[in-house]
Every structure is written in structure tokens, then in C-alpha cells.
Design a protein around this ligand. Structure first.
Ligand code: ZN
Length: 581
């Protein structure tokens, strides 16, 4: 442990309490055992690759290795910590340790410089060269490094550290001994923070340590930074006022309450950017408590609160809220007024009926299914929206699918099911209402004006390359150029059918055909889920994701999350193309 800072200028806990011996390096027992034994048994390699997330001890381990190698009286592979060499290395003043940060200095000149130094051996001394973020080296610099690794000078150890080992050239990787540093477990972080607290004589209780450990998210550096902040603010007591109120408002689907809670936090001094980070952190813990409780890192009353909130929210809503708030964090960086983005997002999180995204639609469909399965009315969120005057609307005033359906059901007697093989019990939307046939012109106009632009990015991209040929018996015939394209469209057909249903208030099944000629009726119906069989919404069976009884292993969850991830990726990287394996 380093010296206590006392009245000196502020030095972060992370810098003051860098581990100085292998025994102090926590959370990486496999690394410690390997390196310490190598020193003790004189089997030190010429080059190591330390990979792992930031703040997991990679450069600390490299410095301990340097100390152990050059210590005047090492014991069992450990540096003594008090000899001149140990002290100099700890001070960062030793000539035996050179560090190059490739993230800020990735050119070939810096590497040549380093390599030239490496060639000048000092008798009896080990030189340790640490190259941080080695994957950032330029090609020329990487080649210069590789040449040295091919014929390493004696008594030189290269420690190449990286957060992204896959980007390190294989030629370099293959010449190293690779150690993977892992994120710290919650308990390990708390233990580390406890050690530091005691050494620094900080008056902080266990709650503060737990909170700092959570903030660290597996990184010792981040956890110690959080501890620095908490030590400065004094306590954790009202450190996150009103955060529970935000989650409560999400559970209650209360848009007003969520804005009130957010405003209170803003007035308490929170930056708009801080709120989604903290809320997502809470939601993530709630998510873990629901899916894999052993991975959650909250304790005490907090754990009970989040567990209850997870049960009230249900898995689909948890996932959707995390996604929306995660995206808001990105959007807020560019927005002229971050608060506007935040508030719109919070309202969307609270009110699923105001969220036009796929996950929002999926959740609404799931609720309808639940309501239908129970023989009751649609649940709160769907029923809350007000129905507009006409069945076909501009997008601005578009009511929810549930609202339109309610209105229809009130206006007309339930339609006789047309001759279709879909059993009504599991069908989400009714077939097209007889007497109001949808014609192609109406469909094409609505498609071009509203529906296409409301689709998720991937669906939009795929479906904008095709066209509607006809509407036959309520089924929209959609033509695309070739079979692979058709198959990819088929994958996203549920989302498009949802969008059609949402717009027209009735289910409009799609039949995908190839655009070979204008005569579409000749095309045989596709055997897959597009033309027959249960509607795809039933295939993913969101009913399985019910609020009270969620099952993360249900296939629907995977399918839904998978396609959402795909769509999000496309949103995040416009123009990216998905490469089929
Ligand atoms: Zn020593």
C-alpha cells in the first residue's frame, strides 16, 4: 500500500493504492500464480500479453513483475517493497521500467525508440517494457515490435497490455504468453474497497462501499473513483434521491410521476446525462434479479425493492426500458437540449402506447394476447390511449392497436372468421373485417405516406425495395426481386404486419412473392409462416413473457431480443450491412 496522502494535494485512491506485491493484486489469482511462480523459478517469458477490461490490474501486474525481477531481496517470487529498486519502480522513477501508451503514441518512431532502448542491456538488471493498448499501434510500429519479439534481447520482458486482444496481430500474439484479466466480482470489489478504506482511514460505512463497488461495474479503477467521490460527498444517505420514484413511475406507467421525479433529481443537481445511467443501472440489477439473481450486486432493502420492481415490470418491459434509456444516452450527446431527449424517452418508457418501436409494439401485442387469453379487456397501457374518430388516421393521431380494436368491436358485431386455418384463440388480430375491403391504392398510399417510415430500420431497408402488387381477400401481396431477399423479408414480416395492423386497425396478412411478372396470382403460396399457419406474433408467443411469470429461456425472448439487437445495430451504424454467416 502506498503512503497516506495527508495534507498533500489530492491524489486519487486509485493511484495511492496501487498494489505493490502479487499478494495485493486482487481478483486475478490465475495471473498472480503464473507470474509469481515464473519469477521464483526463473522461467520468465520474454513477452506477455495482458488482456482484459480497463481497471482490472494489467499495468499494475506489469509493474509488480518489474519489481519482483529487479528486487534486491525477493521472497518466494515477491518483491520486498523496501529496497532501492522496489522504491524507485513504485515512484515511477526507475530506468528499468518503460511505458508506452499506444493509445496516445502509436507511431513507429516511439516504438523504434523503445526497441533501441531494449537493446541496451544493463548487466544484472531486467528491463520491463510495458506497451499499453498495444492493439492501437500503427502497422509500422507493430512490425518494429514484432521484429524485436522475434529476437528478444536478454533480460528484457515485454508486457503488452490491451483491452481488445482480438485486434492484436496474430503474429505478435503468438509470440507472447497470454493472461486474461477478468472483471472483478462484486464481493472482490467490496473487499478491495474495504482494504483501501481502512488503509486510508476513511470514515465510510458498508453501504457506501457497496454502492461504490456497484458503480465500479467490475473495474477496480472505476470503483475507487466512485469511492473518491462518495468520500468527498460524505455519505450515501440521500445520494440518489428520487431514483426509486423513477422506477416506481415506470412500474405504474405514470408519465406525469416520472417527469416529476426527473425534475426533482434535476433540481437536486443531477445532470440530465446522469439519470439514464443510474436508472439503467437499477434496471439492470432488477433484470439480473429476475433472470440470474446470483449475478446481481445489490444487497439489503435495495435488493428487495429492485426484486419487487422487476416482478411488477416483467422482463419485456425491463428490456425495453433499458434499450430506450440506453439509446437516449447516445442521443443526448448530440442533442442541443439533452433534457428534451431525456423527458421524451422517460415518457416513452412509462407509456408503452406512445412508443412506436418494435419492442413497444411487441409489448402491446403481448398485452392484447394476455387480455384476450384471460377473456378480459386490454390492460392499462393499451386501454389508456384515446381512440380517434376514424379508423384510418394520420400518424400523428394514430391510436393504439388495442384502442382501434375496441372501437371496432363496439361499432360492429364480431366478424365471422373467414375460412382460414388460424384458430381464433391464439390469433392476435382479427382477419380483415368483411364489408370494408382494403384496396391496393389505399394500402400503397398509406404505405408510402406513413407505414414504411414507421418500420424499424432493418424492415424499412428490406421492404422499401419491394412493392405491393395487390390485395387479395384481405391479404397484401408484396413482391420482391429475388428469393434471398424474400426470405429476409419473411423474417421481418411480423413487424411489418404489426405496423399494418396498427395503421389500419385490422390484421393485414402479407404474402411475399417474387417480382418476376405482373401476374401475381400465379405464384404458389409460400409454405412458410407468411401465407398460412399461425401469425408470426403467436410464433414468438409473447404471452410467455407475462408480467408475473417470465421465463428467460422461452424461445420468444431470444427471438425478440435478437431481432431488436439487429435493428439497434443498424440504427447505431447507418448503412451497415448484416453479413450472413
Ligand atoms: Zn525489493
Amino acid at each position: 500500500m502506498g503512503p497516506a496522502a495527508g495534507d498533500e494535494a489530492f491524489v486519487s485512491l486509485y493511484r495511492r493504492f496501487r498494489p505493490g506485491r502479487f499478494a495485493d493484486l486482487m481478483g486475478q489469482p490465475h495471473v498472480v500464480a503464473g507470474l509469481q511462480h515464473a519469477v521464483r523459478d526463473d522461467r520468465v517469458a520474454h513477452a506477455y500479453l495482458f488482456s482484459g477490461p480497463r481497471g482490472t490490474g494489467k499495468t499494475s501486474a506489469a509493474r509488480i513483475l518489474a519489481r519482483a525481477l529487479n528486487c534486491e531481496s525477493p521472497k518466494d517470487g515477491e518483491p520486498c517493497g523496501v529496497c532501492d529498486s522496489c522504491v524507485e519502480i513504485a515512484r515511477g522513477a526507475s530506468l528499468d521500467v518503460h511505458e508506452l501508451d499506444a493509445a496516445s503514441n502509436n507511431g513507429v518512431d516511439a516504438m523504434r525508440d523503445l526497441v533501441a532502448h531494449a537493446a541496451l542491456a544493463t548487466p544484472g538488471r531486467w528491463k520491463v517494457y510495458i506497451v499499453d493498448e498495444v492493439h492501437m499501434l500503427s502497422n509500422a510500429a507493430a512490425n518494429a515490435l514484432l521484429k524485436t519479439l522475434e529476437e528478444p534481447p536478454g533480460h528484457v520482458v515485454f508486457v503488452l497490455a490491451t483491452t481488445d486482444p482480438q485486434k492484436v496481430p496474430a503474429t505478435i500474439r503468438s509470440r507472447t504468453q497470454h493472461y486474461e484479466f477478468r472483471l472483478f466480482g462484486f464481493e472482490t470489489l467490496v473487499e478491495l474497497l474495504r482494504t483501501v478504506r481502512d488503509a486510508a482511514r476513511l470514515d465510510l460505512d458498508e453501504d457506501v462501499l457497496a454502492l461504490a463497488a456497484r458503480r465500479g461495474r467490475g473495474s477496480a479503477r472505476d470503483a475507487l473513483s466512485a469511492l473518491d467521490q462518495l468520500a468527498a460527498s460524505g455519505s450515501v444517505g440521500d445520494e440518489r434521491p428520487g431514483l426509486a420514484a423513477v422506477l416506481d413511475a415506470i412500474c405504474e406507467e405514470d408519465a406525469q410521476a416520472i417527469l416529476v421525479a426527473a425534475t426533482a433529481l434535476h433540481e437536486a443537481g443531477w445532470a440530465p446525462q446522469q439519470l439514464p445511467v443510474e436508472v439503467v443501472d437499477d434496471l439492470r440489477q432488477a433484470f439480473l434479479l429476475a433472470v440470474a439473481p446470483e449475478l446481481a450486486s445489490v444487497d439489503g432493502p435495495e435488493r428487495q425493492r429492485l426484486h419487487d420492481q422487476a416482478a411488477r415490470l416483467g422482463l419485456p418491459r425491463l428490456v425495453r426500458a433499458m434499450e430506450l434509456l440506453g439509446r437516449a444516452q447516445v442521443d443526448m450527446r448530440e442533442a442541443p437540449d439533452a433534457r428534451v431527449v431525456l423527458e421524451v424517452t422517460l415518457v416513452r418508457v412509462a407509456r408503452v402506447d406512445l412508443d412506436p418501436s418494435v419492442s413497444g409494439l411487441a409489448e402491446r401485442v403481448a398485452r392484447l394476447e394476455q387480455a384476450q387469453g384471460a377473456g378480459g379487456a386490454p390492460s392499462a397501457g393499451a386501454a389508456r390511449s384515446e381512440a380517434g374518430p376514424a379508423p384510418v388516421r394520420s400518424p400523428g393521431a394514430r391510436p393504439t392497436l388495442g384502442a382501434v380494436r375496441k372501437e371496432r368491436q363496439a361499432a360492429a358485431p364480431p366478424p365471422e372468421p373467414v375460412a382460414e386455418e388460424e384458430p381464433p384463440a391464439v390469433v392476435v388480430e382479427e382477419p380483415v373485417v368483411p364489408g370494408e375491403p382494403l384496396d391496393r391504392d389505399t394500402l400503397v398510399e398509406a404505405w408510402g405516406d406513413h407505414i414504411l417510415r414507421s418500420l424499424p430500420p432493418l424492415a424499412k431497408a428490406l421492404y422499401s425495395a419491394g412493392r405491393f402488387l395487390a390485395v387479395e381477400d384481405g391479404t397484401a401481396v408484396f413482391a420482391v426481386a429475388n428469393a434471398p431477399h424474400r426470405d429476409r423479408c419473411a423474417d421481418l414480416q411480423p413487424a411489418v404486419e404489426d405496423a399494418l395492423a396498427s395503421h389500419f386497425g385490422v390484421r393485414v396478412p402479407i404474402r411475399l412473392v417474387l417480382d418476376t411478372e405482373s401476374d401475381t396470382s400465379a405464384g404458389p403460396p409460400r409454405p412458410s409462416r407468411s401465407a398460412s399457419g399461425p401469425p408470426a406474433a403467436a410464433e414468438t408467443d409473447p404471452a410467455d413473457l407475462g408480467d408475473d411469470d417470465f421465463d428467460p429461456d422461452a424461445p420468444g425472448v431470444i427471438v425478440e431480443i435478437d431481432s431488436l439487437v439487429q435493428a439497434r445495430l443498424l440504427e447505431a451504424f447507418p448503412g451497415a450491412e448484416e453479413v450472413q454467416p
